[in-house]
Design a protein around this ligand. Structure first.
Ligand SMILES: CC(C)(COP(=O)(O)OP(=O)(O)OC[C@H]1O[C@@H](n2cnc3c(N)ncnc32)[C@H](O)[C@@H]1OP(=O)(O)O)[C@@H](O)C(=O)NCCC(=O)NCCS
Length: 178
């Protein structure tokens, strides 16, 4: 069942360089921004996010990313207004794996990395997930991916990790603000 558009999740982030990012929930089947973001990711970033540097995002993966229902599957986009129009700079999402657990994933466009966007989007995705009844999270990342661990250090408390075939499964809970 599709719930209404969660406009309460719309938000703004002011970066240190004074760029203003607009955060908004992705709408069901809204392929355009996801394709555009993917087109602008480096092969390395694609590899870190999808474990494969696929030159084009397969429809099956696109379908998973855009198959949001705002309840068990939800994604947040970060966008910036440029002279050429709106540019998508990040996508964070969660998808339920059972009634209380959700898988979280995140990607930030290369030239926008290291500005706090990953942490800001991850924190909002986790808050949105908790508001929908999910309190245990899992993220999958390549073993070599130290950056996603740093992001999780800011927003979560690790419960367990398990590595298999070079992929690390990190289970965590949301870090409550002190
Ligand atoms: C992981 C990712 C989303 C982080 O996004 P980001 O916007 O660069 O992250 P932030 O700017 O919020 O930084 C988070 C932390 O990582 C650190 N960091 C970011 N990029 C880094 C890099 N290339 N090398 C070392 N540290 C880095 C930041 O310094 C910060 O740590 P600190 O505050 O403890 O010093 C981004 O690197 C990315 O899209 N990677 C590819 C996709 C991916 O790996 N997804 C995870 C699997 S789902």
């Amino acid at each position: 069942m599709l719930s209404g558009y969660p406009s309460e999740l719309e938000d703004h982030i002011m970066l240190a360089n004074r760029h203003l990012l607009h955060i908004r929930p992705l709408r069901p089947c809204e392929d355009g921004p996801v394709r555009e973001l993917y087109r602008h990711l480096s092969p390395r970033t694609r590899y870190l996010r999808f474990f494969s540097p696929m030159p084009v995002l397969p429809d099956s993966v696109l379908g998973l990313l855009t198959g949001v229902d705002y309840r068990r599957r939800l994604a947040l986009l970060a966008e910036v207004e440029t002279a050429g129009g709106v540019e998508v700079v990040a996508l964070g999402s969660f998808g339920a794996t059972d009634g209380s657990r959700a898988e979280v994933a995140l990607v930030v466009r290369d030239e926008w990395q290291r500005q706090g966007i990953g942490i800001a989007v991850a924190a909002r995705v986790l808050r949105a997930a908790e508001a929908r009844g999910f309190d245990r999270f899992v993220a999958y990342a390549l073993r070599e991916n130290v950056v996603i661990r740093k992001v999780l250090d800011h927003v979560g408390d690790l419960v367990s990790t398990k590595t298999s075939d070079g992929v690390c499964e990190m289970s965590f809970v949301r870090r409550r603000p002190a």
